[in-house]
Design a protein. Structure first.
Length: 259
């Protein structure tokens, strides 16, 4: 485990996850997410990275028969987001998610960003206007769309659509943001923009990102977790993981001998 003074924002404790049908996809994962830091999940396809990510905002609840065991605890209030009686919608406000492919709603740019606020019951136009502007600025998109907020979101480029999805996630003031391969569908320039944005967002919230891109993980993350077949093989400071990993399996994956 990493010895730092940075506070822990959330942590999984002996987390197991079973898909409908019994597939044991996550096996007793205990891991912290440090506050206002970026943690990257790496590992070959099908090793449980996205499954782990989606446990944090209970996306698996949307499909019947899936089952969690263990805990995901938010700090400082010690809320176990997997506990019975915890509102999954409220969890998703606190822990927002950005997906692999941009998925704007078939609405205007403005209404995409305002969506989560409206779900929460916000109707005050001035509040909505201010929060939309704040979120678009937070996603480095405001200058490009401030005069076209009523345009359909689909009129934006792929990179702009992904930043719009980040703005939509930011609008509800999340404490943690989950990114599931957020740049895999984007060109190099758009990828660089998203990476720069994530580095800026780290100043105000905690980020957990799944990436297949080793260079990206090394560039943007503070901590890295290597997963394989549902197990957490190694977790630690990104520089150490990439230069002096403790486990041979990690070294083999990072150097391309495996995976």
């Amino acid at each position: 485990m990493v010895t730092v003074t940075t506070p822990i924002k959330a942590e999984s404790r002996n987390l197991n996850f079973f898909y409908n049908g019994g597939n044991h996809a996550l096996k007793g994962i205990t891991m912290p997410l440090y506050d206002k830091k970026i943690t990257a999940l790496i590992g070959p396809s099908g090793c449980g990275k996205s499954t782990y990510l989606r446990c944090f905002n209970r996306m698996h609840d949307l499909y019947p028969g899936n089952r969690y065991e263990g805990q995901i605890v938010m700090h400082p209030d010690n809320t176990n987001v997997l506990a019975d009686g915890v509102d999954a919608i409220e969890v998703r406000m606190r822990i927002s998610m950005v997906f692999q492919k941009p998925n704007p709603f078939p609405k205007s740019i403005y209404e995409n960003v305002a969506y989560g606020l409206r779900v929460r019951g916000e109707t005050n136009k001035r509040v909505l206007d201010d929060k939309v502007e704040e979120a678009l600025k937070g996603a480095a998109l405001w200058n490009e769309v401030k005069d076209r907020q009523q345009d359909l979101a689909f009129n934006l480029s792929g990179g702009q659509q992904q930043r719009l999805c980040i703005a939509r996630a930011l609008a509800t003031d999340p404490e943690i943001m989950l990114f599931d391969e957020p740049t895999s569908a984007l060109d190099p320039i758009a990828t660089a923009n998203i990476e720069e944005l994530m580095s800026e967002l780290r100043n105000k919230l905690t980020i957990l990102v799944v990436t297949h891109n080793m260079q990206q993980a090394a560039r943007i993350s503070d901590y890295t977790a290597y997963m394989y077949l549902g197990d957490l093989i190694e977790y630690g400071d990104t520089d150490k993981i990439f230069t002096n990993p403790s486990r041979k399996e990690t070294e083999d994956y990072i150097t391309g001998k495996f995976g």
